[in-house]
Write a protein that binds this ligand. Structure first.
Ligand code: SAH
Length: 258
């Protein structure tokens, strides 16, 4: 029993987009005292090395098509582990509260009256933007920033508010959208977005395997096939993508293509 009168304690940690140097200091410190760690596939190996050798590691997966542990089960495991009185860490890629289901896990803990802390991570959109030279907002080109999910709903549709997403002078970042890229681009154009609007795909941002492909909202689906872009990757759409050419010249090295 801890001094808060509740059993155990859970820390939900965002591990950032991949580069271990992008972990927050708070997350790094919390990892050192982990006793049980539930982690998913987006957490890089380098970050796993920061955990104590004797920590119990539980892989809970989450590759878009094959969820290795159902969400409800993850919630239950977190609660059970916390009740064992150990220091439990839930480690997720990027930020846990941005398309990370951190909210659902926090709800499960709250319901079970388990104390928890949330440590934010750099979300992949931020990591990618910095790494490939695309500012997500810019006073001249983009006055709003939208993070959306391209994941298919049970009805096999990407249920998004296309009129809102197709507006000019904003940046749209789509997570989990590689499988539905053709549908997304088609809908955006159908709802009024100019087909030549600059757009980019960034695969495995901030890792050694990072790739960036740049085109337009019209050309992106074909480029994705040509370059065999695979998840995890982000779609970034908006005039800010056009700034990359200038900004990348001033970055020391680039492993990006196109
Ligand atoms: N919580 C995470 C997002 C999890 S959803 C975050 O804040 O970043 C999974 C999606 O995130 C992937 O399908 C992909 O779109 C994106 N993603 C995660 N890591 C990425 C990376 N290193 N490079 C590009 N996209 C990434």
């Amino acid at each position: 029993m801890r001094d808060n009168g509740l059993s155990g304690k859970v820390t939900l940690i965002g591990a950032g987009p991949g580069d271990p140097d992008l972990l927050t200091l708070k997350a790094y410190r919390a990892l050192q005292s982990a006793e049980v760690v539930l982690y998913d596939h987006l957490v890089s190996q380098e970050i796993m090395k920061f955990l104590p050798h004797n920590a119990e590691l539980i892989y809970v997966g989450k590759e878009s098509s094959r969820h290795s542990m159902p969400q409800e089960e993850i919630g239950k495991t977190l609660v059970a582990m916390a009740k064992s009185g150990r220091n439990v860490i839930r480690l997720k890629g990027g930020d846990g509260y941005i398309f990370g289901r951190g909210g659902e896990e926090a709800q499960a803990l709250a319901l079970a009256n388990i104390a928890f802390t949330v440590i934010p991570g750099i979300t992949s959109a931020q990591g990618a933007a910095a790494s490939v030279g695309i500012p997500l907002t810019h006073r001249d080109y983009s006055r709003a920033l939208i993070f959306a999910t391209g994941h298919l709903r049970e009805n096999k549709q990407v249920d998004l508010d296309w009129d809102t997403l197709a507006r000019p002078n904003q940046t749209l970042v789509i997570y989990m959208g590689i499988g539905t890229l053709p549908m997304i681009c088609k809908q955006l154009i159908a709802h009024g977005l100019a087909p030549n609007t600059p757009a980019a795909l960034i695969e495995r941002a901030t890792t050694q395997a990072e790739r960036c492909v740049v085109g337009s909202v019209q050309s992106l689906p074909d480029l994705a096939i040509e370059q065999a872009i695979k998840p995890p990757a982000l779609i970034v759409i908006g005039e800010v993508v056009g700034l990359r050419e200038t900004l990348m010249h001033h970055q020391p090295e680039t492993i990006a293509i196109a």
